[in-house]
Design a protein around this ligand. Structure first.
Ligand code: IPM
Ligand code: MG
Length: 367
């Protein structure tokens, strides 16, 4: 059986980090019989320049036919003036929506070697291991009506709609509860029920499904603003946080900094599972295209490589291989090798390519 992988490097540092992921996949093909068949295509501004849209129909078809899509990053100042429906981000949003990838898992784990790379104190982040479960195909990102209306006399109105239905809340809550059962058995649900009816519904539906099916899991509710504050005050109080599309976007950037750098956070976007295997899933680093450091060879490829580890786990059922890859990365960090974003006193600063090579040689040492 072959495992079909589509690599969409996208824009900016997406190209640089995905080259390193490609090396890692080749290693698993050669050393662990992964049997992965890789295709490449474009997304984001790069696709816009070539096709006039942020993702082509061919690329969408390839994505639908893949077991896993590995996504780099999209966007950059070059496309600031592109019409809104063709902006680079539209390619990513279409992939999420058309593949029905409603569950976005964003683990924030602080590697022991990186404790000093975080802006927070050691005792706050040492041993941190939490997951944000972000709803990814609903809410204000996709709600209608939306747009900018001209009201005349120089006055305009911008509209977006936050909307959730029961079934959307229930299915994402189930993902969070199931995940918590395999971890520390605690879910924190986050919304703004104090100002939004959609937040009130979220709160009520999560409470209901908890009572019906998951009363053995601890459930807490926390307003999203407080959740942002608690994440930097005492993040170890959390296990699994479940929240909507927009709050999940923001809270996961906050969580990223707990781990030392945005360059360390992977993510998996999953749809329905077939006996625990997610086909058609998408894996991407939480960081963006970072146009300010593009082409300098200093980008951190670890978030993308860790995202591939999540693909091994969720799309290919290769738990052991995922563990080996995560261990290899941990060993590289323990050896003091760092890209610039996670450098600490006494560590050796290496380039994007050197970091990819270091992971490969660490994999060789482990097998
Ligand atoms: C993310 C990103 C995207 C989002 C952008 C690039 C559309 O910030 O995956 O967190 O807002 O979802
Ligand atoms: Mg984001």
């Amino acid at each position: 059986m072959t495992n079909k992988i589509l690599i969409l490097p996208g824009d900016g540092i997406g190209h640089e980090v995905m080259k390193e992921v490609n090396k890692v996949i080749s290693w698993f093909n050669e050393s662990k019989s992964l049997n992965a068949e890789i295709e490449f295509d474009n997304v984001g501004g790069t696709s816009y320049d070539l096709n006039g849209s942020a993702i082509s129909e061919e690329a969408m078809k390839l994505a639908k036919d893949s077991d896993a899509v590995l996504f780099g990053a999209v966007g950059g100042p070059k496309w600031d003036n592109v019409e809104y429906e063709n902006r680079p981000e539209a390619g990513l949003l279409r992939l999420r929506k058309d593949l029905d990838l409603f569950a976005n898992l964003r683990p924030a784990i602080c590697f022991p070697a990186l404790v000093d790379a975080s802006a927070l104190k050691r005792e706050i982040i040492e041993g941190l291991d939490i997951v944000i479960v972000r709803e990814l195909t609903g809410g204000i990102y996709f709600g209608e009506p939306r747009g900018i209306e001209d009201l005349g006399s120089g006055n305009r109105r911008g509209i977006n709609t936050q909307v959730y239905e029961t079934w959307e809340i229930r299915r994402i809550a189930e993902v969070a509860f199931e995940l918590a059962k395999k971890r520390n058995n605690k879910v924190t649900s986050s919304e703004k029920r104090n100002v939004m009816e959609s937040g009130l519904l979220w709160n009520e539906e999560v409470t209901k499904i908890h009572k019906e099916k998951y009363s053995d899991v601890d459930l807490d509710h926390m307003l999203a603003d407080n959740c942002g504050m608690q994440l930097v005050r005492w993040p170890k109080q959390f296990d699994v946080i479940v929240t909507d599309n927009l709050f999940g976007d923001m809270l996961s950037d906050v969580a990223a900094m707990l781990t030392g750098s945005l360059g360390m956070l992977p993510s998996a976007s999953l749809g329905k599972s077939n006996n625990g295997i997610f086909r058609n899933a998408l894996y991407e680093p939480v960081h963006g295209s970072a146009p300010d450091i593009e082409g300098q060879g200093i980008a951190n490829p670890l978030a993308s490589i860790l995202s591939f580890a999540m693909a091994l786990r969720y799309s290919f059922s290769k738990e052991e291989d995922a563990d080996i890859l995560e261990k290899a990365i941990s060993n590289v960090l323990d050896a003091g090798l760092r890209t610039k974003d996670i450098a600490t006193k006494g560590s050796k600063v290496i380039s994007t390519v050197e970091m990819g090579d270091a992971v490969i040689s660490s994999l060789n040492d482990l097998s």
